[in-house]
Structure formats: C-alpha cells, structure tokens
Design a protein around this ligand. Structure first.
Ligand code: DC
Length: 225
C-alpha cells in the first residue's frame, strides 16, 4: 500500500474538546495507529527546557530532536497512552504547565512546524491512522478520507479541565480556567501559521452534551459508513 492510500482520520479542535481521549479510543476501535501531534510540540519544549544551556539555537534543537523515536503506547485505562521517547516514559513531564506554555511558543515558529511536518507524516502506517491536533485536516493530512472538527462550549471545556485538575489534587476556579481557555483559543485561532480552523471538508461534531463513548460511536459510524 503506498503511503498516500493508507487511510487517515483527522480530529482537530480546541483545547479541552476531548479530542485526545476520543482519538485514542477511536484508534483502538478501528485498530489504527494514533498520533497526538500536540505531544510532538511538547517533546520539543521539554528538550528545550532541559537542555537550555546546551542548545543555543532553534535549528540545533530541531536537529537534536529529529532522530528521536517517539511511541504512543496504549495503556490499560481507556483513552490513555504512555509517551515513550527513545524508550523513556516522559508522559508526566509533558503534562506540566511550563511545558504547555513553551510548546505553544514553539508552535508559532514556521521553522518548527516545517521540521515536525515530516515527523508527523511518518506516523501514517498500515492499517491506518487517527491523527489529532489543530492542523491535521488542513495542513498535515489534507488528503485524509475523514476529517472531524470537534468542538465544545468554552464553559463546558473549563468544567472538564476543572474536573481533570481535581483528580490531580489541584483546585482552580471556573472563572480562571474559562479565561485561560479563551486566551488559548484566540492564540490558536489567530496565529498566522497553521491557525486552528476547520478544514473546508471537515464534519463538525459538538461534544458539549455528549459523553466520550457517544462521540467515539458517532465518529466511528461516520468513518465506517
Ligand atoms: O494539544 P496540546 O495542548 O498538547 O498542544 C500543545 C501545543 O501545541 C498547543 O499550544 C497547540 C500546539 N499545537 C499546534 O500548534 N498544532 C498541532 N497540530 C497540535 C498542537
């Protein structure tokens, strides 16, 4: 099967829309590979934070990260993957706010997006791929057979984030989380390179009033139709 004929399902959408969990579960259900593209930006960010003194320019950082072997390993818990970089589990380190912030700054650099493009295309392997992020359907896999744009109201996304933080023993007010989500939405939508927007041929799915299982079933039905 040539690379271009390997099926791809793209799921793009804002932070908190549930696309990570949903893409992982959908990939499992379809027996496809999974790509969480935000994780690639976070891995670069982690390297930058860890090696700040050794890597003095962006190209050196990109060159250092180019050969890294990145694996998304499905875990027992539904909708969860472990992220292995050259066999080292970096899942926890990638989740920090510091890493998220650095990743969002790197994500606006065209040089970074160009370097990660090749890496992302490499995840297109038989029997298929579910790729989630911000520009999967618009830039990285424009020829994908199925494109989903997953949304949820900002209020609902803030509530989900609060629940997630509570599980980690962190308390945060809804007002603060809502403000953070709105700020991140505008950053993602207004940046000049690969802004977050639905592909012209994407199907919009609003997850505000739906459970994860309902969204996965809905998308699986669209893909298998
Ligand atoms: O989804 P996430 O929070 O793990 O993404 C981390 C950062 O990377 C976030 O600022 C958005 C950015 N990103 C991007 O620009 N393009 C993608 N395809 C995926 C993520």
């Amino acid at each position: 099967m040539s690379e271009a004929t390997i099926p791809v399902v793209t799921i793009d959408g804002p932070a908190g829309s549930g696309k990570g969990t949903i893409a992982i579960q959908l990939a499992k259900q379809l027996g496809y590979h999974y790509l969480g593209s935000g994780t690639l930006y976070r891995i670069l960010a982690l390297y930058k934070l860890q090696r700040l003194r050794e890597v003095d320019n962006l190209q050196a950082l990109l060159d250092e990260c180019e050969p890294l072997r990145i694996v998304f390993k499905p875990m027992q818990e539904e909708g969860v993957v472990q992220v292995l970089v050259d066999d080292e589990d970096v899942s926890d380190a990638l989740r920090t706010e510091e890493c998220a912030k650095e990743a969002s700054q790197l994500a606006v650099r065209p040089q970074v997006r160009e370097a990660l493009l090749k890496k992302q295309l490499g995840f297109r392997m038989t029997p298929g791929l579910v790729a989630e992020g911000r520009d999967m359907g618009t830039v990285v896999f424009p020829d994908a057979g199925h494109k989903i744009y997953l949304t949820a109201s900002a209020e609902e996304r803030a509530r989900r984030r609060q629940k997630q933080l509570r599980k980690q023993g962190i308390s945060a007010t809804l007002d603060r989380l809502l403000a953070e989500i709105r700020a991140r939405d505008s950053l993602d939508k207004e940046r000049p390179v690969s802004p977050l927007r639905p592909a012209a041929d994407a199907v919009r799915v609003d997850s505000t009033d739906l459970s994860i299982v309902q969204v996965v079933e809905h998308i699986a039905a669209l893909v298998q139709r």
